[in-house]
Design a protein around this ligand. Structure first.
Ligand code: SF4
Length: 496
C-alpha cells in the first residue's frame, strides 16, 4: 500500500495516476495532510508502508517520499502561480514527482507525466496553431517529459486527423451512438455496460422499445445539423436476432436523415454472435463499416478470457462478411492478455494477415475496477503478461509493413505498462466516428443504457456531458427521465 498525503486533495487526479503508472500493482490511498498524519508522512511513525507527501504553496512545492525501508527522498521545486497558469503549475509538480519516482524505480514512462486520455489532442492543437514539428518535440519533451517516439506517433496521428477533419463539415454536424448492452458471454476484462444474453435475453424486447422511444426523441434534437456518422456499439449489437436488428436499423434509417452520413458502423464484435442472416440484414440497411474482433487468435487465451468462441469462428465470420460485400472491416486485438507473450501476439497478427482487414485496432489491456479480472485478480496473479511494450512494438511494425497508418490514439486508466490504444487503418478506411469522439470534435448524441452524450460548444471550447443510467432495468423503467435529461439540457443550451 502506498499512502499519498496532499496539502490539497484537488490535486488527486493529477498525482494518483502518475504514482499508479510507476507502481501498477500497488494499492494506493490518497488523503489530506493533517496534524495527525504528519508523523506518518515524515516516516517517523510506525507505519512501514511507503508514503508520499506533497505540500503545495503558491510558488513552491515540497515533495517528500519515504520508501519501505524508511529512507527519505525529497525535492523542493519552484512552481508557476496557479492563478496565472493552472496547467503549467500542475505540470511542474508532476515533473518534480516524476523525477524522484523515476530515480527510485529506475523506470522511464514513455508518455512522461501525461496521464490523460487524449495525449494527441495536445499535439493536434499545437499543429492547428501552426507549430512546427521541432517546436512540438521540444514542448512535449520539456513540459511533459514525453518520449520522442510517442511524440512522433502523436504528430503522425494528429496530421492524419487534421486532414480527415478538414474534409468534413464536422462543426455543423453531429453523430449518433446507439448502445446495445448484450453479449453472448461476459469477457474477463470487460468493464462496459454489457449483459449476458443467456441471462437477460427476456429483456431485449423491452430494451428495444425503450430505445425506440429515445431514438424518436433524438431525431428531433438537431433539425438544422447534418448527421455525419452513426455508430452501433455496446455490448455486441449482433447479439440481437436478425429480426431485431432489422427492426432497429429500419427505425434508425426511417427517423434520421442519412443524406450526409459518411459512416454507418455496426460492431459485430463477437464472432459467436454473427450469422449470415444478420450480416445480410446489416448490409441491406447500408451499413458501410463493421468490426469483427478476435482480441487474440490464440485459442487458450480466448478460453481463458471467457470469449467462448474459436479461432475458426473468427475466420468464418470474417470471410462470410467479405463474401457479402463488406469492404471496410475492422479487427480489434488486445495486447497484454493473460499468459500471452510477444510471440503469441506475432502469431495472432500472422493469422490475421490473410484476412486482410481494412483497419486494425490495437488495445492495451486495461484492468478496470468493475472487471471480473480485477475482482478475481488473485486467481490470475501469475498470468499477467510481460513485455507489453514489446508487444506494442510488434503491432506497430506489423501495421507499418502491411500498409496501415495510425489514425487515432487514446489511453485509459490502469493500462499495462502505462501504454495506449491505437487505431491503424489503410488510407481512406479510418473510422471517422473514432476520431470525432476521441478528439471531442463533434456533438455525439448517445442512446441506450450507459450511453453518454457529449455536446461540443465550438465557440466556447467547452464540452458538456449528459449521461444515461447504466443498469438495464433502470434504463427501461426510467426511459422518460433519460429523454428529459437531454431535453432539459438542450432547452437550457439553445445555441448548440
Ligand atoms: S464483447 Fe466487449 S462488451 Fe461484450 S463482454 Fe466482451 S468486452 Fe464486454
Amino acid at each position: 500500500m502506498i499512502r499519498i498525503y496532499l496539502s490539497d486533495t484537488a490535486y488527486e487526479n493529477d498525482i494518483y495516476p502518475l504514482v499508479k503508472a510507476f507502481y501498477p500493482e500497488e494499492d494506493i490511498k490518497v488523503s489530506e495532510i493533517t496534524d495527525k498524519n504528519m508523523d506518518v508522512c515524515a516516516g517517523t511513525g510506525n507505519d512501514s508502508a511507503s508514503t508520499i507527501r506533497i505540500s503545495i504553496e503558491c510558488g513552491s512545492a515540497g515533495i517528500f517520499i519515504t520508501d519501505g525501508t524508511g529512507k527519505r527522498h525529497e525535492s523542493a521545486i519552484d512552481v508557476p502561480n496557479p492563478e496565472k497558469d493552472r496547467q503549467a503549475h500542475k505540470n511542474a509538480i508532476k515533473r518534480g514527482l516524476y523525477g524522484i519516482l523515476s530515480s527510485l524505480t529506475g523506470k522511464e514512462l514513455p508518455w512522461g507525466i501525461l496521464t490523460g486520455i487524449r495525449p494527441v489532442k495536445l499535439v493536434y492543437e499545437m499543429l492547428e496553431k501552426g507549430a512546427g514539428e521541432e517546436a512540438i518535440f521540444d514542448k512535449m519533451a520539456e513540459e511533459y517529459l514525453c518520449s520522442r517516439e510517442k511524440t512522433e506517433t502523436s504528430i503522425q496521428i494528429a496530421r492524419r486527423e487534421l486532414e480527415i477533419l478538414t474534409e468534413m463539415d464536422y462543426k455543423n454536424g453531429y453523430s449518433l451512438y446507439i448502445g446495445i448492452p448484450f453479449c453472448p458471454s461476459t469477457c474477463l476484462y470487460c468493464s462496459f455496460t454489457s449483459y449476458s444474453i443467456e441471462k437477460h435475453g427476456d429483456l431485449v424486447e423491452d430494451y428495444l422499445n425503450a430505445l425506440e422511444k429515445e431514438l424518436r426523441y433524438g431525431s428531433t434534437c438537431f433539425p438544422d445539423k447534418k448527421l455525419s456518422t452513426v455508430y452501433l456499439g455496446g455490448g455486441t449489437p449482433t447479439t440481437l436476432s436478425a429480426r431485431q436488428l432489422d427492426r432497429l436499423l429500419w427505425l434508425i434509417k426511417d427517423l434520421y436523415d442519412f443524406t450526409h452520413v459518411r459512416e454507418f458502423c455496426v460492431e459485430a464484435g463477437r464472432p459467436d454472435s454473427i450469422t449470415r442472416e444478420k450480416l445480410e440484414v446489416i448490409k441491406s440497411h447500408g451499413v458501410n463499416r463493421i468490426s469483427v474482433n478476435p482480441q487474440s487468435m490464440q485459442q487458450r487465451t480466448l478460453d481463458l478470457i471467457g470469449r467462448r468462441h474459436t479461432v475458426e469462428q473468427i475466420n468464418d465470420a470474417f470471410r462470410m462478411a467479405r463474401d457479402l460485400g463488406f469492404d471496410n472491416i475492422n479487427m480489434d486485438i488486445i495486447i497484454g492478455l493473460l499468459g500471452e507473450t510477444p510471440s503469441d501476439v506475432r502469431d495472432t497478427l500472422e493469422k490475421i494477415r490473410p484476412l486482410d482487414p481494412e483497419s486494425l485496432t490495437v488495445h492495451t489491456l486495461a484492468i478496470k475496477r468493475a472487471a471480473r479480472l480485477n475482482i478475481e485478480k488473485d486467481q490470475y496473479r501469475g498470468l499477467r503478461a510481460q513485455n507489453t511494450a514489446e508487444m506494442l512494438r510488434i503491432t506497430r511494425e506489423y501495421a507499418c509493413k502491411n500498409g496501415y497508418l495510425p489514425y487515432y490514439l487514446y489511453r485509459q486508466k490502469n493500462m499495462e505498462d502505462n501504454l495506449e490504444n491505437i487505431g491503424y487503418a489503410r488510407h481512406g478506411r479510418e473510422g471517422l466516428y473514432n476520431i470525432l469522439i476521441m478528439e471531442e470534435k463533434q456533438t455525439i448524441l448517445a442512446m441506450g443504457a450507459g450511453a453518454m452524450s457529449k455536446f461540443v460548444f465550438h465557440d466556447m471550447n467547452k464540452i458538456e456531458r449528459v449521461e444515461n443510467v447504466k443498469a438495464l432495468k433502470d434504463y427501461i423503467g426510467r426511459i422518460d427521465e433519460m429523454i428529459n435529461r437531454k431535453k432539459e439540457f438542450l432547452l437550457n443550451n439553445p445555441g448548440l
